[in-house]
Design a protein around this ligand. Structure first.
Ligand SMILES: O=C(O)[C@@H](CO)OP(=O)(O)O
Length: 245
């Protein structure tokens, strides 16, 4: 039975500060390192041992995978990386405080930008990009986003799912995908057939492995977080990020 494990990176320094992050390449906070370690321990304790890793090109996901696989004794497995698993590009919201943004534009507009399926935030202002980044140098310029809604993420993520991840699952491998809140929401939407409206209510917690058991046609048999109670609490905290503390 093919097994797929989805792992959102541990808390990042910008998650900690409650800033919109998107493609900005921030690292893990100390808490995030601990979450990644715990994620790896959960894998080991559950006997879910990845044979292959797929990850985005962003440091927080790559480092989370590295720490978790180290804790699970699986550092040696092959790795593939793709920009198609990157976090959703948050356009001009990148770097802004989430609670302040909600206050400034109102809850409705904030939620439209943050969780609606097909309303992208404003495009990033020229000059606000962190500059030419070597890791995207071979990408056709048209593919580098200036903003993305979740629908855009689904569209750019799915080719990687079909071309790179599905073949590993069909070969019977246990596949770990280490990525981001919104690239994983896009994948979960696809796997679970969640509607465009209902996906707004789905939040993915940091650092807790989500295991999928799939049938031979890669239809979902079951899915569960390896620590369901912690996942529920942490997902509620993600949902509340627009509120002032
Ligand atoms: O800022 C971001 O890039 C994402 C994930 O941290 O935020 P949100 O959960 O608000 O979509």
């Amino acid at each position: 039975m093919p097994t797929l494990v989805l792992l959102r990176h541990g808390e990042s320094t910008w998650n900690q500060k409650n800033l919109f992050t998107g493609w900005v390449d921030v690292d893990l906070s100390e808490k995030g390192v601990k979450e990644a370690t715990r994620g790896g321990e959960l894998l080991r304790e559950a006997g879910v041992l990845p044979d292959v890793l797929h990850t985005s090109l962003l440091t927080r996901a790559m480092r989370t995978a590295w720490i978790a696989l180290d804790a699970a004794g699986r550092l040696w497995i092959p790795v593939r990386r793709s920009w198609r698993l990157n976090e959703r590009h948050y356009g001009d919201l990148q770097g802004l405080d989430k609670a302040e943004t909600a206050e400034k534009y109102g809850e409705e507009q904030f939620m439209l930008w943050r969780r609606s399926y097909d309303t992208p935030p404003p495009e990033i202002t020229e000059g606000r990009e962190s500059g030419v980044d070597e890791r995207y140098a071979e990408l056709a310029p048209d593919l580098v986003p200036k903003t993305e809604c979740l629908k855009d993420v689904v569209i750019r993520m799915l080719p990687y799912w079909y071309d790179a991840i599905v073949p590993d699952l069909r070969a019977g491998r246990t596949v770990l995908v280490a990525a981001h809140g919104n690239s994983l929401r896009a994948l979960v939407k696809h796997l679970d057939g969640i509607s465009d409206a209902d996906i707004a209510g789905l939040n993915i917690p940091t650092g807790i492995p989500l295991r999928y058991e799939l049938d031979a046609d890669l239809k979902v048999i079951s899915s569960a977080y390896l620590d369901p109670d912690a996942a529920e609490l942490a997902a509620a905290a993600v949902a509340a990020q627009g509120k002032k503390k």
